[in-house]
Write a new protein. Sequence first.
Length: 284
Amino acid sequence: MKDLFDKKVLKTKPENFSPLREKLHTIIFESETKAGKLFDVVLLIMIILSIGVLMLESVPEYYTSFKYLFITLEWVFTIFFTIEFILRLYCVYSPKRYISSFFGIVDLLSVLPSYLTFFIPGMNSLMIIRGLRLLRVFRIFKLDTFIDQGNIIIRALHQSRNKIIIFTTTIIILVSIFGSIMFLIEHNVNSNFDSIPRSIYWSIVTITTVGYGDISPTTPLGQFVASIIMLLGYVIIAIPTGIVTSAIIMDNNRKDVNTITCPNCMKEGHDSMAIYCDRCGHEL
């Protein structure tokens, strides 16, 4: 088994992976060096500026007065992020793994909208997705505490996934049943409950305690059922919170992490004393 594992690790780095690509990887994906931190700070500034321009562009008065300036800036940002994305693909061992990772998908989606506007007008509004890239601020400025706490929440959600799935399925069943019951009770005397899907919508709004008030029962029996759903909603709210909270309390895997990104599997954040990636075993 050990031989197979070692063989797998040896095959991860391409034979033609040049020192230039290694250096680019250190600068682009890590913040342990001055060049890496400078690159990430410039990247953050560009992201913030692009989001700001996008927001100002949505104001009709500003767009009318500075239309061509907005268009020019939009393409300047798009070209910058496109070049950055290509460099990221160039300096990783496996471009496929990078593209399929969370930040890989976000990086791709941050440049696609501008090009899609040639085919679908208005798609540039989706460039707000670039805001997700600001999550790198925790890694860039070595806010290890925030990274660690974020990892705890992620682990808690992962550990609670089966309970959350069961809970969500139960809620879906409940709102479907209550919605159908309300349709039977109200549809003959209340035009708002004109179909089961619309009644289920009311049930969802009620059981989640949102209460828009756009639909409400008028019959005594309907109001009685609605009261039960409302009270049930308060009980249900506490369940997912308790599930995740208990998982967080039970978490005993806190680690001091650094900003190193594995060039093989793209996992970000490792134990400060780690020499190998704890996901794929590649040397860091």
